[in-house]
Design a protein around this ligand. Structure first.
Ligand SMILES: NC(=O)c1ccc[n+]([C@@H]2O[C@H](COP(=O)([O-])OP(=O)(O)OC[C@H]3O[C@@H](n4cnc5c(N)ncnc54)[C@H](OP(=O)(O)O)[C@@H]3O)[C@@H](O)[C@H]2O)c1
Length: 287
């Protein structure tokens, strides 16, 4: 029987991308880590094995955050394994770009809102029930588009605006129980989820950053670790934007067409023309 660890974190969607980097970082900081995943069992188990070999404690638990029964079981398994919960990172999310208004369907809407918003609510409810008397932390993954929506990603941006709003509401509501609620709002960050974006768009975002580079998952994980630490003990109801700091995303997005859902031929042509824009320097207006 292992002793109860001093601090425990549960990270939703930690099998890949930013969530995995957060798991690695918080494990380095001494947390026992619950690695939630929806489909990528092999990647989640590999991460747990690596963290364990490095001397940490970790557990992979499958669960779709958009299903309340899964979320309840996820938290019960976490607390049964580690005996406590201190930090929830609501990271699980689906991004969708290149979706014009006329292509927004019920399926698209439900997929994004069910995972990005409903899942965050279910997990926050469960965490608030499992935090102890000393309180806890909820750290939400928002996005810069929550505050600066752009064309062709309307539903995704709306989910992240909802995340920002929920962060503020829950922070005010849970503060008296010493539960701090904050959010991190990355700009474009290199992960599987963003690997297919057009080169011209990546270049544009890079140009809007102060440091002249895109974010990496460890960059985001570092800020999450800071928010989970006593160093930020007075911070609650706070959203930290990371990455792009300038530019005019609206005017640029109107010149771009990301891969419209269900039309790969049009997307291929769009990408070809976007890539040629990079070499010629001329703006491309796509039909
Ligand atoms: N990358 C960026 O540029 C960027 C920028 C701003 C904000 N964000 C936000 O940061 C978060 C992580 O993004 P990312 O780029 O790292 O994404 P990613 O590489 O696509 O990884 C997404 C992760 O979420 C999990 N997931 C998806 N749906 C889930 C569900 N219903 N239940 C449980 N887990 C689920 C996936 O698990 P499986 O593999 O098991 O399905 C995977 O581990 C998201 O909230 C995203 O909106 C990302």
């Amino acid at each position: 029987m292992h002793p109860t660890p001093e601090k425990v974190t549960l990270i939703t969607g930690a099998s890949r991308g930013i969530g995995r980097a957060i798991a690695e970082r918080l494990a380095q900081d001494g947390f026992a880590v619950v690695v939630n995943y929806a489909k990528s069992a092999d990647q989640a188990q590999a991460l747990v094995q690596r963290l364990t070999q490095q001397g940490g404690r970790a557990l992979a638990v499958q669960g779709d955050v958009s299903r309340q029964a899964d979320v309840i079981t996820l938290f019960e398994r976490a607390v049964a394994e580690f005996g406590r919960l201190d930090v929830l990172v609501n990271n699980a999310g689906i991004g969708a770009f290149g979706v014009p208004l006329e292509n927004i369907t019920d399926t698209h809407y439900d997929a994004l809102f069910n995972t990005n918003v409903r899942g965050l609510i279910y997990a926050s409810q469960a965490a608030s029930q499992h935090f102890g008397d000393s309180g806890g932390h909820i750290i939400n993954l928002s996005s810069v588009v929550g505050n600066r929506p752009a064309p062709y990603s309307a539903v995704y941006a709306a989910t992240k605006a909802a995340v920002d709003s929920l962060t503020k509401s829950f922070a005010a509501e849970l503060g008296p129980r010493r539960i701090r609620v904050n959010a991190v709002a990355p700009s474009l960050t290199e992960t599987d989820g963003t690997a297919g974006m057009p080169a011209a768009f990546r270049e544009h975002i890079t140009q809007t950053t102060a440091l002249g580079r895109l974010g990496t998952a460890p960059d985001i994980a570092g800020v999450v670790a800071l928010l989970a630490s006593p160093a930020t003990g007075l911070m609650a109801r706070f959203c930290t934007p990371m990455g792009a700091c300038g530019g005019n995303p609206c005017s640029f997005h109107r010149q771009l067409v990301f891969q419209p859902i269900g039309s790969s031929a049009q997307a291929a042509e769009a990408h070809r023309r976007l890539d040629s824009r990079q070499t010629t320097g001329k703006p491309v207006f796509l039909p």
